[in-house]
Write a protein that binds this ligand. Sequence first.
Ligand SMILES: Cc1cc2nc3c(=O)[nH]c(=O)nc-3n(C[C@H](O)[C@H](O)[C@H](O)COP(=O)(O)O)c2cc1C
Length: 165
Amino acid sequence: MKQITAKEIVGNPFSMLDDSWALVTAADGEIANPMTVSWGGLGVIWNKPVATIYIRPQRYTHDLLEKEDTFTVSFYGEEQREALKLCGVKSGREMDKAAAAGLTLVKEGGFCYYAEAELVLCCKKIYRDRIRPEGILSDDDGKCYPLKDYHDVYFGEIVKVLAKD
Ligand SMILES: Cc1cc2nc3c(=O)[nH]c(=O)nc-3n(C[C@H](O)[C@H](O)[C@H](O)COP(=O)(O)O)c2cc1C
């Protein structure tokens, strides 16, 4: 992997998330857990490049994110589709998902990601809040939250970007 700047990232963020999906990896000490996401955003706030993720409170990833200051968002080629499917239906509470999915953990500079990634955003948490139903101005409360399990929103300042050579 080589280090690039956020402005050098190649790709359309809508297809990268909505079509290809990504893994959010949060770690707690020795434990690192990959979770598939397709909702999120790449943008700018407070003059910083930021990855925004939306994590429902029942996810194991949520427990880990609450404990740690950092996470990564990593993107993969189509050959890892099965791995991402697995990481989107199984919980790290039950199993070592990375091992089951054939993903190779890399720990570097306090960040955890997988060697198979094509792009890794290393993020430092700078904001967290919960989606409030009274703030939803569309009909998506009924559609997306039948269980009332409103997402927590995390802004991660992108402090390092790694791209496949
Ligand atoms: C394509 C896809 C996208 C997903 N996107 C999200 C998301 O953005 N936020 C979320 O909370 N869960 C999302 N999920 C569900 C989690 O990935 C899933 O519940 C996972 O098993 C949680 O793992 P964990 O308990 O190890 O954290 C998605 C699942 C799939 C298959």
